[in-house]
Design a protein around this ligand. Structure first.
Ligand code: MCA
Ligand code: AMP
Length: 581
């Protein structure tokens, strides 16, 4: 969608006036504790839920399409429930129909990403032991190979499903009853999301319907999400950020979404400014994105508007008056981006902290000032602790903070002037915290304390004076965050060692303003072999997801080791790449 910004400037001004006048109604919703969001559809069945590149779809239509598909799934599953069903769909209505259909038939959804290479898809398919793989026609071949290799039955969505969903209108007396009993969902698993850790292969994080409801409800409450909202969805749909925060939240409250097939800075600006002709009557008021997306939006703004003061003023006025919430998360938001975004749009980005295993946990306030570099306080229903070490190197709790029944408490233990701000491992407890890793009871147990707190692996500080939490980074250097993706250095190293030219390697994340961290490989080559970063990228292109492929390569004679023969990655980031932590 190429937009000619200047040419449409006049249209933008007229539209701006129109926007000022039309508030959307808010439909009151009773938030449920453990039922999937399609059970709310009866409250807003004729409302538009989604606009994608094909058309617009009402809640009622999506519900009815999902119900039809769920009958097919149930039949193919021969009545069995709680089986894993993989699905591979683009970011459009097919994704929501399929997800709802899987839940209506009582199965557990395992979303796959088209960005993942064949070997990774095969790994997920063999680990999740699915009974079915559902895919849209676009990914039929790719999915067929996965299904065949793992002996999974495949269901290809009809080409017409999307069109039917856009065109058919529910009868007046349509029945929006669907799915299984309340009791079933109360005790059932909903979703498995794969996440990388510091050891072994990616693990499946099991989230129950209760977990998802809790994750949704806390955000609806904290960020005042409602049916009056129109959210621009630009995130991948195999992570909590894109699925729960940006999709299930609006679907639960009856809000509207514009879903882009993928993030594209030009297209996001067009939508934010309401000057995309196809969607010109839609005013976006909520955006959720990772810091790299905001960086890319700023780059695009500088490229297109920097020499046009009038346009800059209009952008500021439109976004300031129209948008009510812009969230950043999944990785630390650099202060420079916070400040620049404020200057361009008049908006303080609301930074929050979360994780696949726990959903969202800490958030800056919705109503008062947001502090750059900080992630605020616990969200509703969340308790956190900071665990440090005492002088005998024994673990001790330094801070405990909870948000219960609308009241946030913070208890700083053994407080003293000399100690400064307490910092240490962040521990979390809430109804949003996952049930466990799929078929890995021992790995699950290792991640919880005796009193049931999840050990995040993030180092957190409580700033006593500001009364705010701050994330200082990961305890383990082998977890890299790049573009908001969590990436295991060890998984990349394992893959690189399959390259016959590489004798030894070490992978690190080096700090980068745009990507958070860049993936850098330090390699020792066999014999007189040579390698450029382009060679490495080409070789890795069908072996690793694009975002996991090293973009920095250093060929060395030997991997630097300390006197004990150990590789110190933090030291290596400083010495080999001249970067400070
Ligand atoms: C791509 N490139 C990179 C990286 N990725 N270079 C350095 N570091 C990287 N990480 C290079 C590519 O090789 C390519 O180069 C060029 O940059 C453009 O890449 P492309 O993939 O086209 O970029 P993009 O499509 O614009 O992707 C950027 C993105 C994406 C949209 C920011 O990374 C993204 O969707 N991130 C979101 C991840 C996310 O949702 N995380 C949530 C998980 P060349 O042109 O030479 O090929 S965390 C979560 O869910 C928890 C609960 C939470 O807290 O939210
Ligand atoms: P994932 O497991 O992919 O969901 O990624 C979760 C991780 O992202 C967390 O453990 C943090 O390391 C990181 N993260 C998420 N939000 C933030 C944030 N606002 N600031 C710093 N790190 C964050």
């Amino acid at each position: 969608m190429i937009f000619r910004y200047k040419k449409d400037f006049k249209q933008l001004k007229t539209f701006y006036r129109f926007l000022q006048s039309k508030p959307c109604p808010k439909i009151p919703i009773n938030l449920k504790d453990d039922a999937p969001c399609f059970t709310n559809v009866v409250n807003f069945s004729d409302k538009i839920a989604l606009c994608d590149s094909v058309g617009s779809y009402t809640y009622g239509n999506i519900f009815l399409s999902a119900k039809k598909l769920s009958e097919e799934i149930t039949q193919k599953m021969m009545g069995k429930t709680s089986e894993r069903v993989l699905f591979l769909c683009s970011n459009n209505v097919n994704y929501i129909i399929t997800l709802w259909a899987i839940w209506m038939s009582g199965q557990i959804a395992v979303p796959l990403s088209p960005l993942h290479p064949q070997n990774l898809l095969l790994y997920y398919a063999s680990d999740a032991k699915p009974k079915m793989l559902i895919t849209s026609p676009k990914y039929k071949e790719m999915s067929h190979r996965v299904a065949k290799n793992t002996d999974t039955q495949m269901l290809v969505l009809s080409d017409k499903m999307k069109l039917n969903c856009a065109q058919n209108f529910p009868e007046k007396d349509s029945d929006f009853e669907g799915g299984l009993s309340d009791l079933f969902y109360k005790n059932s698993d909903a979703l498995i999301l794969y996440t990388s850790g510091t050891t072994g292969h990616p693990k499946g994080v099991i989230l129950s319907h209760k977990n998802l409801c809790s994750q949704v409800n806390m955000l609806v409450e904290a960020w005042k999400l409602s049916s009056a909202d129109l959210l621009l969805h630009t995130l991948p749909l195999n992570h909590v950020h894109g699925i729960v925060n940006a999709m299930l939240c609006p679907l639960t409250v009856g809000a509207k979404m514009i879903m882009l097939p993928k993030f594209d800075a030009n297209s996001v600006w067009s939508h934010l400014l309401g000057i995309n002709p196809k969607f010109s009557d839609r005013k976006i008021n909520v955006l959720m994105a990772v810091p790299t997306m905001y960086t890319k939006l700023i780059e695009e703004y500088d490229r297109v508007f920097s020499k046009d003061p009038k346009m800059k003023e209009h952008i500021f006025n439109i976004l300031k008056s129209r948008v009510r919430l812009m969230v950043s998360g999944s990785a630390p938001l650099p202060n420079s981006i916070f400040e620049r975004w404020l200057e361009i749009t008049g908006h303080e980005l609301l930074e929050r902290y979360g994780m696949t295993e726990i959903g969202m946990c800490l958030s800056n306030p919705y109503e008062s000032k947001r502090q750059p570099g900080y992630v605020g306080k616990p969200l509703p229903g969340v308790c956190v602790k900071i665990e440090g070490k005492d002088i005998n190197d024994k673990s001790e709790i330094l801070v405990e903070s909870c948000n219960i029944d609308g009241k946030i408490t913070v208890d700083v233990k053994n407080r003293s002037e000399e100690k400064g701000n307490p910092s240490g491992l962040l521990l979390v407890k809430s109804n949003g915290v996952f049930k466990g890793y799929f078929e890995r009871p021992e790995a699950t147990m290792k991640e919880f304390t005796d009193d049931g707190f999840f050990i995040t692996g993030d180092i957190c500080e409580y700033d006593i004076e500001k009364d705010l939490f701050k994330i200082l980074g990961r305890a383990n250097v082998d977890i890299i965050k790049s573009g908001g993706y969590k990436i295991s250095a060890l998984e990349i190293e394992t893959e690189l060692l399959n390259n016959g030219d590489i004798k030894e390697c070490s992978v690190v994340g080096i700090p980068d303003e745009k990507w958070g961290e860049r993936i850098a490989a330090i390699v020792v080559l066999n014999g007189d072999k040579t390698m450029t970063v382009e060679d490495l990228k080409t070789w890795a292109s069908n072996r690793l997801p694009k975002y996991s492929i090293p973009t920095v390569l250093k060929v060395v004679e030997a991997i630097p080791r300390n006197t004990m023969g150990k590789v110190n990655k933090r030291e290596m980031i400083k010495t080999v790449f001249n970067k400070l932590d």
